[in-house]
Design a protein around this ligand. Sequence first.
Ligand code: XUL
Ligand code: CO
Length: 442
Amino acid sequence: MKKSAAREFFPGIDKVQYEGPKSKNPLAFKHYNPDELVDGKTMKDHLRFSVTYWHTIRGQLADMFGVGTAIRPWEDGTNSLAMAETRARVAFEFMEKLGAPYYAFHDRDVAPEGRDLRESNKNLDAIVRVLKAEQERTGIKLLWGTACLFVHPRYCHGAATSCNADVFAYAAAQVKKAIEVTHELGGEGYVFWGGREGYSTLLNTDLKRELDHLAAFLHMAVDYRKSVGFKGQFYIEPKPKEPTKHQYDSDAAACLNFLRQYDLLKSLKLNIETNHATLAGHTMQHELETAIAANALGSIDANTGDLLLGWDTDQFPTNLYLTTEVMLSILKMGGFATGGTNFDAKVRRESFEPVDLFHAHIGGMDTFARGLKIASAIRKDGRLAEFVKCRYSSWDSGVGADIEKGKVGFKELEAYMLKQGEAAANTSGRQELLENLINDFI
Ligand code: XUL
Ligand code: CO
């Protein structure tokens, strides 16, 4: 295969530069300044932005009612290997011009599914060679890889949770290969999103058996990772529904419970996605804090949903409150280690030109950059953290400290309260004051 791209796929678009908040250039960053230091670390290292292959390179902008609208002049209408190689060149030109340091893919996004597993693996190997050369040429790295276990009809009943043992075996072989290529490309992580690991009706479902199978599958993956020396972090990505009615990895708490029950918590962290959080009836911050409380937050899929539509619309994040809350949690955690801010987001069906891909990512990156700066300022100011600390001060001494240290039980607490007669007065939660405080920084 050819070594480097002679063709230019985004003519007329130069490398996106930081021009500052006063710039009126839609193809410039107003806030994301990769080398600028925030709390002693560059914005690039704080945010670790990643472009998703499935939306940005493969997304045709189809919906349930209509075919794709995307105009992608490089597409030849086939799913050939040659087309896959061209798409890899497109992807790297896009990421280079955008200045995205990372990307993420499913095996079947980058290379076509063959007539059988052997041919699919061969196709994947051919494209991995191109991806590797492009990574070396540009310095862009793989944030995480994954396997697509939900598009092909064989996965209609699920993959690791299929009622068909052969499908489980096929999925195992596919994930084995996907781990190998992720390793080959120096991927920093590997994601398990249970696309169809759930059910449409319990009438035909042995829930316990399916969960046992899912756990067995993940244990096999962990064993295999060790055997090939892949050091990347494994993540599980919660989502409550869509495509199935109920997915087993429904939210952070359900995932943590599953991982703990099957002794997998030491081997997997969570990849939390905003639109999945809201589909589960939570906020993104709730999901992040739940994961952080279990020391299990690994990475984020940055997007947003539309509460009026109520499905997985995967829009680019443009809301400063959202990114401020996310970055407050990420900074509190001490920042990403292997994870990053992966734009699992797509442009709207009406935004069908290649340049829209730039507008969308620039907006998402700027919104996260502002969220980072605002969150850092809130932390430096210290009033929010101080308020929370004071709110729990009754636990720092006296009976609170005794409870936390495990020194007392019901009997001692009854004796204490009989003596006191009534609990000490409560203090105000001051929600409105705190909301005003956050607004002062935004
Ligand atoms: C689907 C979703 C996936 C995962 C990777 O809703 O978020 O694209 O991020 O399989
Ligand atoms: Co996702």
